[in-house]
Design a protein around this ligand. Structure first.
Ligand code: S3P
Length: 200
């Protein structure tokens, strides 16, 4: 990825936040919800990849292999950030599980001035979430899942913020808002949290 991603300087004059984390950490669910609360655009990198390739991610892995996937992923990451800046659209961008763990990715996002939130959940939670879902070519069995997770932890630890995402998405979003991670002014916080309260 370091050969394909280059940032010449901070591009994030408009608010952009990236969600990183392992498979099953809740990037898409939390990202969509967070974007709704902030009134920002939500972009799911996996969806962008599938739209661009015209096939699903498992089909892409099957037909072209992981190195080609990583190349497309890097291209789509750059394109998504470029679009957000060009269209001046505040954006929550959910990365794929491996995006931030690719060589050069943390540096690219740091140089671009884009804050990254690591959604960190317990491995048992990640496993149980992924067990019941298909469409993840890198989820083969428990042992390889655990090994890949252990291998990637060092990359996720480079993120600007860590938020526990073992619980409900609403709680994770509330925590991100409470900590002002996405740059929400404190005065707006009450309104955001108000929306999180269950209807009585
Ligand atoms: C991958 C995770 C997937 C998807 C692809 C590769 C990975 O994203 O990008 O299957 O390398 O961990 P999710 O984390 O959204 O499942």
């Amino acid at each position: 990825m370091n050969q394909t991603l280059t940032a010449r300087g901070p591009i994030a004059r408009i608010p952009i936040v990236c969600l990183a984390g392992f498979m099953g950490s809740g990037k898409s669910t939390v990202g969509a919800r967070l974007a709704r609360h902030l009134g920002w655009r939500f972009v799911d990198l996996d969806e962008r990849i599938e739209a661009s390739a015209g096939i699903t991610i498992p089909q892409f892995f099957e037909r072209h292999g992981e190195p080609a996937f990583r190349q497309l992923e890097a291209d789509e990451l750059r394109a998504a950030l470029g679009r957000a800046v060009e269209q001046k659209e505040p954006t929550v961008l959910a990365l794929g599980g491996g995006t931030y763990a690719q060589p050069g990715a943390p540096e690219f996002l740091r140089n671009a001035g884009v804050p990254v939130i690591w959604l960190d959940a317990r491995i048992e939670v990640l496993l149980s979430r992924c067990m019941t879902m298909t469409g993840r070519p890198l989820f083969r069995d428990e042992a390889s899942f655990r090994a890949l997770h252990a291998q990637r932890i060092v990359s996720y630890q480079l993120a600007d913020f860590r938020v526990d995402s073992s619980g409900d998405a609403a709680v994770v979003v509330a925590e991100i808002l409470r900590r002002g991670i996405a740059g929400v002014p404190a005065t707006d916080l009450e309104a955001h949290l108000e929306l999180e309260k269950p209807k009585s």
